[in-house]
Design a protein. Sequence first.
Length: 286
Amino acid sequence: MNNPTVIVKASAEVGEGPFWVPGDNLVHWVDIPPGKILTTDYTTGHTETFGYKEMIGAAVPRLGGGMLAAVESGFVGFDKNWGITHTLDLLGENYRMNDAKTDAAGRFWAGSNTIDFIPGEGSLWRLDENWDATVVHTGLTLPNGIGWSPDNTAMYVVDSMQKILLKFPFDPTSSTIAGDPTLFAGPEAFDGLPDGLAMDTRGHIWIAEFGSAQLTEFSPDGTIVSRIAMPTQQPTSCAFVGPELDKLWVTSAAIGLDPATDPDAGSIFEIAGMPARGIPVVPFAG
């Protein structure tokens, strides 16, 4: 693997949720606190920004065009011109939606948490293509990175504040959790806070560790395969991008850091020469 290099120079407060769109040659990502959805052209690096009135935890394209966002109050759907088509106000004061991802059927999974990370108050939600939202798991603190095994029979969910990675049995036909989770990786596996993640075709899990300037790679049996040093203290998430899904883009956060000592904080970094390709992530089906 090549060393991480800055591919999109930015100063995002909390850059998150990179999402590769192959047909359009675009990478969508967000900056959570100011409520920004950003779209970067993979070839030119040009980035366009759309601002919303609430914090945005994650955003993904919709199958028919437009975007779906997990926001402070719940979920919001936008058309191609950023007109609002759907609004689901689901969360009370002091709560917000955080990271989110679509499963292979195009259903949207998102974690919610309190602003001050009260233990046990975090939940995992599923938004179906007909815009029905359901709480499917509770008792979390800061649900974060989400991913599925290559055969879609296992779902992985990070709980950042507990410093754990959970593994759920998953039924891909019905997009349902098929049993209780097991502990895939515990606090001893992480130097920082586990954050967003990406899956590759071997079933390996790549997790950005907030606060420890590194990514950690796990094999399907939970073994730590590698750690990649990042040139910024707060990497936040990652995604395989490019026509061959062979490059890893890593978002980061500038919040709380001194730009004099961490000048590239808030930028997106690229790691080329990856040992496997990524698993395509599909648009929201609704």
